[in-house]
Design a protein around this ligand. Structure first.
Ligand code: ZN
Length: 203
């Protein structure tokens, strides 16, 4: 629900309460009203991830074991690598953190992203986390990035951001830009299950 309407309802609620009791501390606390339009704190980020994880499991067999740390800050590095490997926008990044034998996932996401877009970028980074846990596509850098964009593409379509999804297919990074197209073509021909199997079987 748009925050303006929620604010209006709250204002009316406060007014009614003020008229009845002379006090005003009324606020709607139903979970729907707690969902922000943009994600700029860790509570909202965790709520978005909670909604996303069952979807990723059901649609892509992506299940994560290691702890996931989401930090809402702009990805730091602006190296040539980041330029080559990211899809043009520097709004998300993924890093594996090893403490001895124990892996944890660190995801940086730019604060203030629109909720639906946030979910799509988070899905991209969680796909990289899954690749790290399963040691997937280590010798196929183009398909590794392509798989993350492919998942992001489907989430963007799922949440109604079709234009953003199409844009994702048009980035022409000379090494990695074509991975998503290769995977989408494979999926069109063989279906989702076969595509996932193919990607998971590649070393
Ligand atoms: Zn990526």
């Amino acid at each position: 629900m748009p925050s303006l309407i929620v604010r209006a309802i709250n204002s009316v609620g406060r007014l009614i309460e003020f008229c009845l009791t002379g006090q005003t501390d009324y606020a709607l606390t139903t979970s729907d009203f707690c969902l922000a339009d943009t994600i700029d704190n860790s509570v909202q980020a965790k709520l978005a991830m909670k909604e996303l994880l069952p979807y990723l499991q059901q649609k892509f067999g992506i299940v994560l074991q290691a702890p996931i740390i989401i930090n809402l800050e702009k990805p730091r590095t602006r190296s040539w690598k980041r330029v080559v490997f990211s899809a043009g926008e520097h709004i998300g990044s993924y890093t594996s953190r090893w403490l001895g034998e124990n892996l944890s996932h660190e995801i940086l996401l730019a604060p203030g992203m629109e909720r639906r877009k946030f979910k799509a970028v988070l899905a991209h980074e969680l796909t990289h986390a899954f690749q790290a846990e399963r040691r997937l596509l280590r010798t196929h850098k183009g398909l590794k990035e392509g798989m993350a964009r492919w998942v992001e593409y489907h989430v963007l379509n799922e949440v109604g951001l079709k234009r953003e999804a199409d844009k994702l297919c048009r980035y022409r990074s000379f090494i990695l830009g074509r991975g998503i197209i290769t995977i989408l073509n494979y999926e069109r021909e063989h279906g989702r299950t076969a595509t996932l199997k193919w990607l998971k079987d590649l070393a």
